[in-house]
Design a protein around this ligand. Sequence first.
Ligand code: SAM
Length: 285
Amino acid sequence: MPTQSPGCLWVVATPIGHRDDISARAIAVLREATVIAAEDTRHSRPLLQHCNVATPLVALHEHNEREAVDGLVRRMLDGESVALISDAGTPLVSDPGFRLVRAARAAGIRCVPVPGACAAIAALSVAGLPSDRFVFEGFLPPKPAARRARLERLASEPRTLIFYESSHRVAESLADLRDVFGGEREAVLARELTKLFETVIGEPLAELAARVAADPDQQRGECVLLVAGRGEEADARLAEGQRIFAILRGELPPAKAARLAAAISGAPRKALYGTGSGEQGAGNP
Ligand code: SAM
């Protein structure tokens, strides 16, 4: 079992649901640390009690991280060991801790990972989507226009995409993903991983978006969305869509031509002709 080095920052993953997913090494480190910097001390207390960890806690969250970092770095320079945890999963992954780790490293303090649960990786491990290369995008912007703009920038990404999403926006985000990436793109919704209502559904985006919109139970709990990267078939569909669009636009208004070309080819309509003032996408990948 690892023992503490003086003046060390331990970055400790905690469970994303199932309490037994905390590692024996994580428990040992949390017991031996001088202090635990926790995102929400009230939230972490039950888990720590369950693991018989009596180490004092200090708060380190997005609203106090700047101020708290200096004090913690000073303590580590004085030889204390600090364990960093977040509410769930791996600190720094859509969670606080970046500033602390950066400041600790800049001060020459050893930073040691104590790896464990991470919702993105847990979801990827069961999604059945290509996992050799993937992109973690964190949370999408909550406002529709910004979200769609972000998705448009990602539409030609060839690697598997992983998003965190809040349950009350999952239906909206899936509808945007379908509109921007095309209804045929393979996607997975991984919900409540390691918990009682764990659900992993893999379907083309059109079906997944319709299923989630129609079923309020699929809009509950914690969600990870994964979308296959754009593959060669999508490239072929887009090329076909562009060919059909080029023919039809000689005979029809461009919006109608794009709708038909998208329906015939399976290419996303927005990639053929944008919804804004100008024409877009005919040359878009
Ligand atoms: N640091 C965490 C990690 O390592 O995964 C992520 C923290 S982030 C604030 C919380 C988001 O992670 C949730 O909104 C959800 O998207 C995802 N998440 C966390 N736990 C999950 C679970 N049990 N099942 C599915 N998604 C989860």
